[in-house]
Design a protein around this ligand. Sequence first.
Ligand code: AMP
Ligand code: MN
Ligand code: MN
Length: 321
Amino acid sequence: MSEKFVDIIAAISSSKNVIITGHIMPDGDSIGSTLALGLALEKLGKKVTMACPDAVPESFLFLPGADRIHCGVPKNDEYDTIFVVDCSTPDRVGEEMQELLNGNITVVNIDHHINGVQFADVSYVDSSAAATGEIIFDLLDELGVIDVDIAINLYAAILTDTGSFRYEATTSLTHRRVAKLLEFGINVSRVTKHLFDEKPLEVFMVLKQALKNLYISKCGRAAWISINWDELQKIGAKDEHTRELINYPRSIKGVKIALMFREPSPGLVKVSIRSNDDTDVSKIAAEFGGGGHKRAAGCLIEGDIETIKEKVIEKVLKVLD
Ligand code: AMP
Ligand code: MN
Ligand code: MN
């Protein structure tokens, strides 16, 4: 057995009744990692509850086991261990789930963000991993429990967090892990169709609206896009339909820092920040109470969206100066 997972494997061994969760506004890494670990622990004979602080986005509902994910914390259960995946700070699990962290329970954190907070009894954080799914792959590979359903979840986690292997964090090790996953018999075209090529109409309605609010700075090095609560309501779209908007300002030639502003609920603004050069945008996000990675970060800010846009853009332009 390798040294690196000794503590996590000990925590798994002494657990009987576990709950697994990822972060609020879940992405593919959060959902895929939750499911892969959950299905694996079940194979190891544990009583497993898989949870998510928010509803699972429609595009991830095809993942094996996704119908078993509870939205929120299922009550009346006596968990001995909580596994928190893809979260750098405890507030990422949402208020209700955070209460559980403070109770009489062993907390295990598996994550790949930089500058996180130490909040668990057992932590395994590897910021060189492109996705939490890569770390979970190593763990489950060592435990010898991967099957095709688990492989599909890990593949989805890694594929989504690497932008289909396009982002800088992608390494030869990422590809080696994925090669091993494919050997379990994943139907790649089926999985990628669900993830990327079968979008709800709302995604395009949101894009049409948001492109009216795509702007670039005078210097050409910052660009941003936005959609507010009223606009989302008019379309009848949910927050999950806004996920891809950040790719538009991000892929304009010459842009170094791209931003996306959206209002998932009235008066709450979600900011996504992406870097196309060496600027560490997790530092910018941290100034507004968020975090993330060097090239992809985010934060949630309460207040008026237009005021928040001004403040964050001003900060970004200063950093670029
Ligand atoms: P997003 O813009 O939501 O796609 O997030 C980009 C990266 O930043 C992801 O790795 C997130 O986990 C991280 N991130 C987003 N929002 C927050 C936040 N409020 N606090 C800490 N990390 C965040
Ligand atoms: Mn994530
Ligand atoms: Mn991740």
